[in-house]
Design a protein. Structure first.
Length: 277
């Protein structure tokens, strides 16, 4: 795919080097010309915390897909900078990558996404900007190492029996691509994107063992233990946000409907079973 800075570039992907951004870029391959933006992108480095590079990076683009870095300390401010730069550059359509259940007061990073949704709608009204919001549930690919057999060990910091509507990252990326390519059809829409079934981590492990005869060893840690073992690279704010999410998952399910996912794909969403190798 051509990701050069030519005038024909029409879709900018903010956060293109992250897992979700890469998947969206791949989904658009051969269907649009894409400009890949991130702090580390070689052709289009941007800084969401200062706004540096944004307006130039958006120049010539008609659409923008925005996904903030995971657990960003101030996502609403980062989105506002991107929206202002996009508007100045003449971007017509913004697709915002939110999350299922954005208004969840126990999870600060979800609440930031709820604020972002409100900010986007307000900004779009003032600047005649078209917008769409995607609200995916947890990705099935969060467990890719055991789905593919790369690992037979899994450590989780919440109940293994809490239920999730795991959605395939590939399905979310395909929906993002379709929405970006059909601006008028999706203007003003907010889509909750869940998978086709409610499953716990325990259910996923049992499915893998049943389908492959591999044994998966599951260890459940409390949040403090998990942070000590795996969260040392996170800052204080990141640990607090992630810990709050784990505590939320520990005592309730996190479910999202799959009907919008199915309608947007024109087929059934991929079940976890289809991702087991």
């Amino acid at each position: 795919m051509n990701s050069e800075t030519a005038c024909g570039t029409d879709i900018a992907i903010v956060g293109a080097t992250g897992k979700t951004g890469k998947a969206v870029v791949t989904a658009l391959e051969g269907r649009a010309t894409v400009r890949q933006l991130s702090r580390t992108a070689p052709d289009h480095p941007i800084d969401l915390d200062t706004g540096e590079g944004l307006q130039g990076a958006f120049s010539g683009c008609t659409g923008m897909y925005f996904i903030a870095p995971n657990l960003h300390p101030d996502e609403p401010a980062a989105l506002r900078r991107a929206l202002e730069a996009a508007s100045e550059a003449g971007v017509d359509h913004v697709v915002y990558h939110s999350v299922a259940w954005p208004y969840s007061p126990r999870m600060p990073h979800h609440m930031d996404k709820a604020r972002c949704e409100d900010d986007l709608r307000a900004f779009a009204s003032r600047h005649s900007l078209r917008w769409t919001i995607l609200q995916p549930c947890a990705y099935a690919q969060n467990f890719d190492s055991i789905l593919t057999g790369e690992s037979t060990d899994l450590v989780v910091p919440y109940s293994t029996e809490s239920k999730f509507s795991f959605v395939s990252l590939g399905d979310v990326a395909e929906i993002a691509a379709r929405v970006l390519l059909a601006t008028e059809e999706h203007h003003g829409a907010t889509y909750e994107l869940g998978g086709p079934e409610a499953m716990s981590v325990g259910d996923v492990v049992r499915l893998i063992e049943e389908m492959t005869s591999r044994s998966v060893a599951v260890e459940q840690l409390d949040v403090e233990q998990w942070m000590h073992a795996y969260g040392q690279s996170l800052g204080v704010d990141g640990r607090a946000r992630l810990g709050a999410m784990f505590e939320f998952y520990d005592d309730r399910d996190f479910l999202a409907g799959g009907m919008a996912t199915k309608a947007l794909l024109g087929r059934d969403p991929a079940p976890v079973r289809a991702l087991v190798r």
